[in-house]
Structures are given as C-alpha cells and as structure tokens.
Design a protein around this ligand. Structure first.
Ligand code: ZN
Length: 276
C-alpha cells in the first residue's frame, strides 16, 4: 500500500474503534475531543511505522533538517532498518508489532513528575510521519516541527492518565499497516524470522495459492498491486468515512438527522453485546 493510504487507513481505524458518536463502534475508550484527536494522530503515525525501515522512505524526510541539526526522522528510520533486518522484513511481522508495542510501553515509563516525556517523544515522531504521508507538511520546514511539537505537548499531559493508551495506539496502527500490505500482492512475512516457504505446487491451488508465497510471505491480495485502482477506491471510502466521523465528533454534522442511514446503533449493540 502507498504511504498516504496506510495513513488514512490508520485514521479511519482509530475513529471507527474509538469514536464516541453513532457512526463509530466505540469499543476503545480514548476520550473525546482533543484526547480522541491525539489518539487518532498516534494511530495514523503508527500505521506508517512498519515502513520506517528504510532511510530513503518518504517518512524518513518527515522532519527536515533544522539548521545544523540532523533529521531525527532519518536517523530513526536508519536505526529501525538496521535492527529489523532491512526493508519489509522484521517490521512487517508479528514480532515487529510486538517490538513496537514494547518500545511504546518502555517510552511510556519515561516521565518527569507529572509529564509523560517518553509518550511525547513518540507522539512527536508519529505525528511528523502522519503529516508527511498525508502531504500536510507543507513547503515550510518549520511546519512539521511545529505541529508535531504541539501534539507532543498535548500527549505529554493527556497520556499521563492512561498508561495503555500509547502502546494500544502503536499496536493498532502497526496492525492496520500490515493488514493493508497483506491485502496487496506485496504481502507480508508475518512469521519473520521464520519465513516458511509455501510447498512446491501450492501456487496452483485456487484462491489459497495466492495467499502464501515461496519467500514466506502471507496475505490475501484482493487489492492487487500496491497503488492499484481498487486501493485508491477503498482509500477514498476511508477518507469519506474520516470526514463523516470527524465532522460528527465535532458536532458539525448530525447523521441521526438522516433517517435513511444504516442503523449504526443496532450494529454497535450487536458487536459490543452479542447476547443482548
Ligand atoms: Zn509496508
């Protein structure tokens, strides 16, 4: 999947699971208003993390050099690439998700009195990734720095109350990324470093044959190649949903007034309370 598509999938995933209005399932309690917005920003950034394994990746240039300072995003991507065994290896696996969640938990412990310093650092980096992938960085190098610092400042105070919010956002974002790549022909080595290869002739089995390749990658390539028309259409739907959910959260739009809309409340009740 393309970077921007990973990002919008992350935003849509965060809003559908943690939104507080009738158009969301609301199975995660991330608060509302700015608290929910920063959770969504974290998930969006984390939905790009698995591709931070290449120093030339788009997100490596999220934070441009400021004067003599080196680009922190490029340094981070270089480090992740070294640790994870190169591009599209460890970061696109179950172990990769676990490692990113563990890192988020560790950083969550880094605090100075009331201030969640570690969460703020992660919030800063993830927000810069999200802005870059969604092409919101703009032409001025101070913009991504400024906006990312603003979210980091909020996270530093807000994520103090719930130590699980940061690891949850990071795990969710990474999982959304991997599912997105698995839906394309790129697929993912989810069992890395095991990489079990599909047995000879497996590719001839109808449907299943395209779900496991001879490099040990798994997937369900219903979207075709990365960047396909199908991927674009799906992400347009995600974008529409994000606009709907965000405007509903902000109270600008009231889908309840639309009698013809599907009954989200019934779907929500069925999912959260299947016996009731
Ligand atoms: Zn990827």
């Amino acid at each position: 999947m393309m970077g921007g598509h990973h990002a919008i999938s992350g935003t849509a995933g965060a809003l559908v699971l943690a939104g507080t209005t009738g158009v969301s399932l609301g199975v995660i309690d991330a608060g509302s208003g700015m608290s929910l917005a920063s959770f969504a920003a974290m998930v969006t950034g984390a939905a790009l993390l698995p591709d931070a394994d290449h120093h030339n990746a788009t997100i490596a240039h999220s934070l441009p050099k400021l004067g003599p300072l080196p680009s922190p995003s490029e340094i981070i991507c270089r480090m992740i690439g070294k640790i994870s065994g190169g591009h599209r290896h460890g970061t696109h696996s179950i172990i990769g998700i676990a490692a990113f969640v563990a890192l988020a938990m560790l950083l969550g412990q880094l605090r100075y009195g009331e201030l969640a310093i570690g969460a703020a650092i992660m919030g800063f980096v993830l927000t810069s990734f999200a802005l870059k992938a969604l092409k919101l960085s703009g032409p001025f190098s101070v913009l991504p720095w400024g906006l990312s610092l603003a979210v980091a400042g909020f996270v530093m105070k807000e994520f103090d109350t719930d130590p699980f919010m940061l690891p949850l956002a990071v795990g969710l974002g990474c999982a959304i990324h991997i599912v997105g790549d698995m839906a394309t022909t790129d697929m993912c080595p989810i069992l890395y470093p095991l990489n079990p290869k599909a047995p000879k002739g497996f590719e001839h089995i109808p449907v299943l044959g395209s779900c496991w390749d001879d490099k040990g990658s798994f997937g369900f390539p219903i979207l075709g190649n990365a960047g396909s028309i199908r991927e674009w259409i799906l992400c347009l739907v995600f974008t529409g949903y994000v606009v709907l959910a965000a405007t509903t959260e902000a109270g600008i739009f009231d889908p309840g007034a639309w009698a013809t809309l599907p009954h989200f409340d019934e779907i929500k009740t069925g999912l959260t309370d299947p016996l009731g």
